[in-house]
Write a protein that binds this ligand. Structure first.
Ligand code: RIB
Ligand code: CA
Length: 307
């Protein structure tokens, strides 16, 4: 069994990534920690709790930070829906999270599994930064941290230069990127290049016919519309699931090793992941950056997880 701990701002793509991990027979999800991002924290909590229940799993879900370290929370409810899950009327209320703040749980679970735990981050890095500030030794205890965030090459989705998870809390991202952890960054470029689903491709998943298959597709309702009208994509893209796929099977993607810096300015200088492709800064690379991925292998893994 491989130990995973997952930090998420649970909306419609996060939920599918959680399903993939929870349904992977050789992965033990030791905890799910939740931060505000796509939706306010209470909503993200309920979405994670609902998803764990739907999978028949028993991973504990813990509340974390309700806003970024320094910036004001600006949710992405226009992207994923008011409830973050496509506003399709799911009963996303009344479930209770486990006791313990995410920052404490990250510290305790990572320390208890030092050297044998994979951290996967699917949202803003607020909780992870807070844990690292309190316990810098965590950086050496995490086997590898897979980050859905940033841009390996190309344009952003919040500004032309920034991807949402990094943009939402750039100070947290800088703390994490400079923590010394073994890190793999799966940027939004990998999602829109290898993890988009037009109507037919989405229906191919849904036709598997299980509750999880229908859930995985139906909750993307708002994301599908937004992706087509705002992101010039043929349908919804699944950034968190393809990042989770890389964590589950790193061979699904190809990588380069680069120095990557996060900018903490304003406007176009906010939340950039600056990849030193040519090594001109002469600093040691600290980030494994996904450069391409095997779409078919990803789709096959996704199908297996909902079958
Ligand atoms: O930019 C895409 C990322 O922002 C995904 O993690 C999505 O869930 C949102 O959090
Ligand atoms: Ca997310």
């Amino acid at each position: 069994m491989r130990n995973f701990i997952i930090d998420t701002d649970t909306a419609s793509d996060d939920a599918v990534a959680l399903v993939m991990a929870l349904r992977q027979p050789d992965i033990a999800v030791k905890a799910i920690t939740v931060a505000a991002g796509n939706v306010p924290l209470p909503m993200a909590l309920q979405n994670a709790l609902y998803t764990v229940e739907l999978c028949g799993a028993d991973a504990p879900v813990h509340a974390g930070c309700a806003k970024p370290l320094l910036r004001e929370l600006e949710t992405a409810q226009v992207v994923h829906g008011h409830d973050g899950m496509g506003d399709i009327g799911l009963a996303l209320q009344g479930r209770r999270p486990a006791d313990g703040h995410a920052a404490d749980v990250l510290r305790d679970v990572i320390a208890a599994n030092a050297g044998d735990i994979t951290l996967v981050t699917l949202g803003p890095l607020t909780n992870v930064a807070l844990a690292l500030l309190r316990e810098p030794a965590l950086a050496r205890q995490v086997s590898r941290c897979y980050i859905m965030g940033g841009i390996g090459a190309g344009h952003g989705n919040v500004t032309p230069t920034a991807e949402f998870n990094i943009w939402m809390d750039p100070e947290a991202a800088k703390i994490v990127f400079e923590s010394g952890m073994n890190m793999t960054m799966v940027g939004w470029d990998i999602s829109w290049k290898y993890a988009t689903f037009d109507a037919e491709q989405a229906d191919e998943i849904r036709r598997i016919g299980t509750p999880l298959a229908e859930f995985a597709v139906d909750i993307q309702a708002t994301l599908a519309e937004f992706s087509k009208t705002e992101n010039a994509l043929p349908g919804f893209d699944l950034p968190d699931p393809i990042a989770m796929a890389a964590a589950i099977d790193p061979a699904i993607a190809e990588y380069g090793e680069f120095r990557v810096d996060v900018t903490t300015g304003e406007g176009l200088e906010r939340g950039m992941t600056v990849v030193d492709v040519l090594g001109v800064t002469k600093r040691k690379p600290q980030m494994r950056v996904a450069a391409s991925a095997d779409r078919q292998a990803f789709v096959d893994m996704l199908k297996r997880s909902v079958s």
